[in-house]
Design a protein around this ligand. Structure first.
Ligand code: NAI
Length: 427
């Protein structure tokens, strides 16, 4: 039994929170046809009956629909957040009331509460883990090595988490199989690109009430997330500058019509800076020094280390909250720069943030649900290490979505299939 209380015992008015959270979950559920199709099947088949699933994810409405789907499949689920600012407390309370689910996530926790909640999930005895960023997997390995043999496998939702797992596997430190959900087409081509692009821009616009049209936006990183953000900002008539460290990605950005330059040169140009690198120290003191008065800084990468906030706090003479979710730092010469959501994931951590669009998360979470089932069904066949999502499973999720949208598509003919499999025919 955990010493950390579930969310329902932490809120003053849990009943009211549960009701508003349940409405948000119902709205999300009604726009998630993939999870609905999976739920309809697993409610009868109960493939996760008797298994315990531990989750550390952004606890908001779409995640709640994934969680209740796993519970409907028979799992006992313990869940907490994967970021101190991204939890919606009402959704968390409503989720805690679902049969088979215990939820520990709360918005605005400090570091010790954050890890106490992760510990509570671990103390529930997960046999399958579902992570967004890897904190649950790493905590298990570092602090609960005696429990690792109970875990048959896990799934990782995001790029940063997969990087961490690969680094662990390379060091021989990863003790169970992990499926890299992030890397599969049904996740990466939609969630990272369109999801991050749309939801980051929406959250920034709602938080600042400033226009994209006519502004200069500096996007750091031209990976999946950066491409989405750059494209959507250009679509809103912003001038977009891209910064990159990888030459082919820099060239790709150039060929797609964006200006490319070093961050230190972009510093004086940008009205708004958005980091999407999954790396640290992307915007540092040399950049702050060159920025225009009023520049806005936001991060869409997983951790709050892309903007050097410690360096900024030291350099600044003053800082103050100027609007919900915006902190202004006054620099020694009187200029101010504005940081959104304390440098945390801007599409999830501003007070108005809703995260990715529901349809996009239906795809990512459809893959998550299918992978949890796959790990339980075939756990004997996965060794410790990082594994791709099985391709047929990824395709199956795409087929469910296409059917739900009423979209038909062509099929390979037997002759075409044979042609593609052969190598012995030329001109
Ligand atoms: P990616 O690997 O496709 O792209 C990252 C890009 O950043 C690469 O092209 C890399 O060369 C570049 N980069 C690295 N260091 C840089 C630096 N110092 N300056 C400029 N560019 C640099 O990764 P992806 O999928 O785009 O993910 C990026 C981050 O976003 C990760 O932390 C990931 O976990 C997170 N993420 C956030 C989401 C959200 O909801 N906000 C959704 C999905 C991913």
């Amino acid at each position: 039994m955990s010493s950390y209380d579930s969310i329902s015992s932490q809120l003053d008015d849990a009943g009211e929170a549960r009701s508003s959270g349940a409405d948000k979950i119902a709205w999300a559920r009604s726009h998630m046809p993939i999870l609905a199709a999976i739920r309809e099947r697993v409610e009868n088949e109960r493939p996760l009956e008797g298994w315990t699933v531990g989750m550390a994810m952004h606890v908001e409405a779409k995640t709640a629909v994934l969680t209740e789907t796993l519970a409907a499949a028979g799992a006992s689920v313990a869940i907490t957040g994967c970021n101190p600012l991204s939890t919606h407390d009402d959704v968390s309370a409503a989720l805690d009331a679902v049969d088979g689910v215990t939820c520990y996530a709360k918005r605005g926790v400090d570091e010790s509460e954050y890890y106490a909640a992760i510990d509570a999930v671990i103390e529930a005895g997960p046999e399958v883990t579902i992570d967004d960023g890897g904190d649950l997997v790493f905590r298990l390995h570092e602090h609960y090595p005696e429990r690792l043999s109970d875990v048959i496998g896990g799934c990782e939702e995001t790029t940063t988490g997969v990087h961490r797992l690969r680094a662990m596997a390379a060091d021989g430190a990863l003790e169970y199989p992990m499926i890299a959900v992030n890397d599969t087409p049904m996740k990466q081509l939609f969630d990272n690109i369109h999801g991050t692009g749309e939801s980051s821009l929406a959250s920034i616009a709602m938080t600042t009430n400033l226009s994209w049209a006519g502004s200069t936006v500096v996007v750091a990183g031209y990976g999946h997330c950066g491409k989405g953000v750059a494209k959507k900002a250009a679509g809103q008539n912003a001038r977009v500058i891209v910064t990159e460290v990888e030459p082919r990605r820099a060239l790709e950005a150039h060929m797609e019509g964006f200006e490319v330059m070093p961050m230190v040169d972009a510093a004086a140009e940008g009205d708004l800076f958005l980091t999407t690198t999954g790396n640290r120290d992307v915007i540092t003191l040399d950049v702050f020094r060159e920025m225009q008065d009023g520049a806005v800084l936001a991060n869409a990468g997983h951790f709050d280390i892309e903007i050097d906030l410690e360096g900024l706090a030291e350099y600044a003479v003053d800082s103050r909250a100027v609007r919900d979710g915006i902190t202004a730092y006054r620099l020694p010469d009187g200029r101010e720069v504005n940081v959104l959501a304390e440098g945390r994931l801007v599409n999830l951590a501003t007070p108005v943030a809703l995260g990715h669009a529901i349809e996009v998360m239906d795809q990512s979470f459809g893959v998550q649900a299918a992978c949890a089932e796959e790990l339980v069904a075939n756990h004997g066949s996965y060794e410790s290490g990082v594994h791709p999502v099985p391709d047929e499973l990824d395709r199956h999720i795409a087929e469910i979505k296409l059917a739900a949208e009423g979209i038909e598509h062509d099929e390979l003919s037997p002759t075409q299939r044979e042609y593609l499999d052969r190598w012995d025919h030329g001109t």
